[in-house]
Design a protein around this ligand. Sequence first.
Ligand SMILES: [Zn+2]
Length: 338
Amino acid sequence: MSNATAVMTIRGPVNATDLGVTLMHEHLFINQMREQRRTGLVNDLDMVVREVGRFTEAGGGTIVELTVAELADGAAPDPAGAHTGERAGTGWSSGSARPVANVTALAEVAARTGVHLVLGTGHYRDPYLDKAWFDQHCADQIAEELVRDISEGIPGTGGIRAGVIGEIGADKWYLSAAEERSFRAAARAHRRTGVPVTTHAARWPVGLAQLDLLCGEEGVPPDRVIIGHVDTVKAPLDYALELARRGVWVQFDNLRSRRREDLDHLSSRVLGFARAGRLDQLLLSHDLCTTADWPDEGGVGLTHLLGTVRRHLTAAGLGEDEFDRLLIDNPHRALTGT
Ligand SMILES: [Zn+2]
């Protein structure tokens, strides 16, 4: 991108100052049926349009949509629709970019709601990865595809470009062979494009191993890496501070609970992080990923952070201006590297 402060969205480059309130880790259409047979397919266009509309009415501006190829396959209102013609009969492999039908549906959401959508590219985590394909493609070849998505466009979409790398993941407490290759590819694609790398590191503190590889071995500047799901790890504040000391972005992104106990835990972590002087390295998001996370099925939806979470954090002592930094300034800095 020619302008360092511009962020690539589904409708083209947007100046970071125009992005507004930004959710850094969400999924609008997603297929996790491999693991969640009842709730794992979100593909209702009208529901998504309605809820994104509620988000923009509540003051929301931008959603970073991290449904990479392995999660986007079949994740569209009409996955076999007219737009997928070029893939007919070829089957899908993890070596491909997002399916066209998924990108087309997201483009319709953006057109109907006015939201800015920043798309991710990359490869998810081990159970979802096509091991044979990873065996057959070296890190530089995989990086080439990510660079293509970021610089030229996702194939078949008429030039719609990704704006971030991720979510790329580790399934367990180590990086598997395929994951290691995916992470090396992500790092090399970052070094060629400058867009940030955002990760899935859930339940185990595997974000540290991810940093060792991305930053220690592959030379990605730490402040261009976002470690995700930090709030799912045991003793999350200690882990978050350890990550922060290494210079990366820390993301609390499993904010899908209305339970007072969960909100209290979040408050103490955010305030603890703030008291340690690290607020400028923190990002928040919901990571909606199943139908149960959407209001139609009783979930919190896309306005939880702007409503319940904001009220809870500010009542606990976080300043309104500090909350705004978490949802406006920090995402913009994370996306642009400024
Ligand atoms: Zn996610």
